[in-house]
Write a protein that binds this ligand. Sequence first.
Ligand SMILES: Cc1cc2nc3c(=O)[nH]c(=O)nc-3n(C[C@H](O)[C@H](O)[C@H](O)COP(=O)(O)OP(=O)(O)OC[C@H]3O[C@@H](n4cnc5c(N)ncnc54)[C@H](O)[C@@H]3O)c2cc1C
Length: 460
Amino acid sequence: MTLPRHTIAILGGGPGGYEAALVAAQLGADVTVVDSDGLGGACVLTDCVPSKTLIETSNAMTLLNRSAGLGIATGGLATVNAARLYERITNLAQAQSADISARLAAEGIKVIKAKGALAGPGAVQAGDAEIKADAILIATGAMPRVLPGAPPDGERILTWRQLYDLTELPRDLIVIGSGVTGAEFASGYQALGSRVTLVSSRDRVLPHEDEDAANHIEDVFRRRGMTVLGRSRAQHVARDRDGVTVTLDDGRTLTGSHCLLTVGMIPRTEGCGLDAAGVKTDERGFIQVDRVSRTSVPGVYAAGDCTGVQMLASVAAMQGRIAMWHTLGEAVHPIRLDHVAATIFTDPEIATVGVTQRAVSAAEISARVGKLPLDTNPRAKMAGFTDGFVKLMSSPGTGVILGGVVVAPRASELILAVSMAVEQRLTVEQLAQTFAVYPSLSGSITEAARKLMEFPPDTP
Ligand SMILES: Cc1cc2nc3c(=O)[nH]c(=O)nc-3n(C[C@H](O)[C@H](O)[C@H](O)COP(=O)(O)OP(=O)(O)OC[C@H]3O[C@@H](n4cnc5c(N)ncnc54)[C@H](O)[C@@H]3O)c2cc1C
């Protein structure tokens, strides 16, 4: 006798949705993904992938424009072909989405292109079709928040999703919001050749990130000529034919050619039938989930940005996979957010994992902190950069590595060593005794570990 296959319906084909679909199919379930805008989701089509592709070009520009210092003679400053740049970004995003579609098709996953909604217990409406499912996953993502006084027009007042429709590089870009997205675009566009003003409502850029790293990057921004306005809240943005005027709440005005709004995200759950189904949301509208992605309704799970848990593609994907492992009866570990490795793709990049300096400084966690600037690293000297540092935090009693921050070019790659140490509960001795290549930036990670070994052991 063959047992009936579990049926799974997934609303949303971003990382939360498609990674879940792959796991469910691997476990033998009959899976349908309902997606309205294209597989890969906003992650692939408008947010993560396009922004990181733009930043690859801006990193190449930075390198080209300091090539004289490396002994290369060029014909002057490199400039950007904006149309070509945006075309490359859009094509790459579409190709990535097509790869995901092919992968889902190869795994036998059904895909319906439609807007979907919950439609009673165990049912999803997808356009004209109704799908019955043993379990449902909602992974519909989030949308850019906009300011009431600054409606985006897609030409001069923009959300990041509208940048790639431009035909020119913004000559004079005002970025409103200095969180991760604002800092990344400010850094990228400045390197591409735009004049950039970054408007932050807080004391400093990246207010939620490691303070040393945030101060370091703000210093880099200013040295490279960016105008950074702290404690400045944008109230209104008006446009005329050639530009924009931003009015701050203290009455000051700024003028530029374009304004980019990076003031957060709101959940994209309107029309999903959450209220009728009894799916609980928080006061901002994000779906409430537990650590195995269950919502308040049995059989209905949620993953990714629509839950507001931690808005990263890696977290969305893990929440989605956990939901499937849970519903399909596999052994499952509840999600652990204290081990998530994350990167801010500024130049230099800021990568973090594990406990934060803030928690250590607030005495919430007892840790030793060792920090090493990169400017003494031989590889950094060879490559011609001086900005950056490595910071490690370890348990005073056991020497176990609890967390770290790497500020460096490609810190997103370097953080893996620290991430592995945190995950595997390695000690500073174990990391310090690990071979690093000479010369290499990762040599600074093992050196920072050696530095932490210098502390005298704690006495009880
Ligand atoms: C500028 C920017 C850069 C970023 N860079 C990074 C990065 O470098 N690294 C990282 O880890 N994260 C990054 N992120 C975050 C990452 O993009 C998100 O965390 C990720 O997209 C969340 O995935 P998701 O599956 O929850 O939602 P999404 O990727 O938003 O996908 C949701 C999908 O659901 C569909 N949908 C919505 N409503 C319905 C409906 N009713 N019916 C059917 N389908 C529906 C949408 O069309 C979409 O395809 C970035 C975000 C931004 C804004």
